[in-house]
Design a protein around this ligand. Structure first.
Ligand SMILES: Nc1nc2c(ncn2[C@@H]2O[C@H](COP(=O)(O)OP(=O)(O)O)[C@@H](O)[C@H]2O)c(=O)[nH]1
Ligand SMILES: [Mg+2]
Length: 320
């Protein structure tokens, strides 16, 4: 059987293999992802973001349990800022993941943060495509709320949960990270800690300032103690309620269009960059590019225009 068919039949090993190929930017993966795409569009994509240590992994683990108890299958994409190498999650995450290892209704994929521009959101959307095509009802994406890639990932979710904790400078956390605009649900975790009430009060003030629109009718503010499984059922309900609301209001399609346009951008950006770099290396080899630049025989502007013209024959000369 072809890899795509195996993925569609729910073969976990095939899915993991395709995710690895995609992560390695193997050209074969592109055709496979394209073949999977018609089978996607059903999963409810949920972003969970917040500072490191806010309790995101704990929350996601508890949410998985609640969604499973409601009969929903769950895919998880855990983006791990602590490991620049391999897909290595930190020890605590590994233990949490093992809890679901026996359950075929749960698939957890951990992604390491990568250096290259847009690489992380690209890898994430590839994994989401695979999970969605496999038929997972919910796809939870855990990511820290810093960095453009991470913010883009959460912005592109159908439902974005912003996790805050007491004692970190409170409302500043939201404002500074630019997470206010993207939050669909605020979750104040570690509500067992002093200062939780203050964070709640500040969020309520913010909630009153934000103008309600179709996408943000009223941002729910929830209190959780993830480590003690408190408030998780309410959080899961808020996520599902938000999903229903945006399906009805048309916001679901709007978000989906934005997300898919972003996938096009990141695929293009990556392929174009790779193409330009290959051609520049070629120029260096065949025509001593650096020497000609240093001697002012040519300029970076002319080289860029020539490279662009070679790749995009219809681009206007010097038209930048
Ligand atoms: N006191 C308290 N600790 C929590 C709570 N939720 C998670 N933790 C702990 O906070 C630490 C970081 O949690 P983790 O889920 O790894 O945070 P992440 O970095 O956001 O994924 C762990 O030791 C958790 O057990 C909570 O509600 N209250
Ligand atoms: Mg974590």
């Amino acid at each position: 059987m072809m890899l795509v068919e195996r993925v569609l039949s729910g073969d976990i090993r095939a899915a993991a293999r395709l995710m690895r190929l995609a992560d390695d930017r193997d050209p074969a993966a592109r055709a496979q992802l394209a073949a999977l795409f018609p089978h996607t569009g059903r999963a409810h994509i949920v972003g969970v973001t917040g500072n490191p240590g806010a309790g995101k992994s704990t929350l996601v683990d508890m949410l998985v349990k609640v969604f499973r108890s409601k009969g929903k299958t769950v895919g998880v994409v855990a983006i791990d800022p602590s490991s620049p190498f391999s897909g290595g999650a930190i020890l605590g995450d590994r233990i949490r993941m093992q809890r679901h290892a026996e359950d075929p209704g749960v698939f957890i994929r951990s992604l390491a943060t990568r250096g290259h521009l847009g690489g992380l959101s690209r890898s994430t959307s590839d994994v989401v495509t695979v999970l969605d095509a496999m038929g997972f009802d919910m796809v939870l994406i855990e990511t820290v709320g810093v960095g453009q890639d991470e913010v883009d990932i959460v912005r592109n979710a159908h439902t974005s949960v912003v996790v805050l904790v007491p004692g970190l400078g409170d409302e500043i956390q939201v404002m500074k990270a630019g997470l206010l605009e993207i939050a669909d649900i605020f979750c104040v975790n570690k509500a067992d800690r002093p200062g939780a009430e203050r964070v709640l009060a500040e969020l309520e003030t913010i909630q009153r300032i934000v103008t309600p629109d179709a996408d943000h009718a009223e941002i729910p503010i929830l209190k959780t103690v993830a480590a003690r499984n408190e408030g998780i059922a309410e959080l899961a309900d808020a996520v599902l309620t938000h999903g229903d609301a945006i399906r009805t209001s048309g916001a679901w399609e709007r978000r989906e269009s934005t997300r898919l346009a972003d996938v096009i951008h990141s695929v293009l950006r990556e392929r174009m960059t790779a193409e330009f770099e290959a051609r520049m290396a070629e120029l260096e080899r065949t025509s001593d590019l650096s020497r000609r630049l240093l001697a002012r025989d040519t300029s970076p502007y002319e080289v860029a225009a020539d490279l662009l013209a070679a790749l995009l024959p219809s681009a206007p000369p010097q038209g930048d």
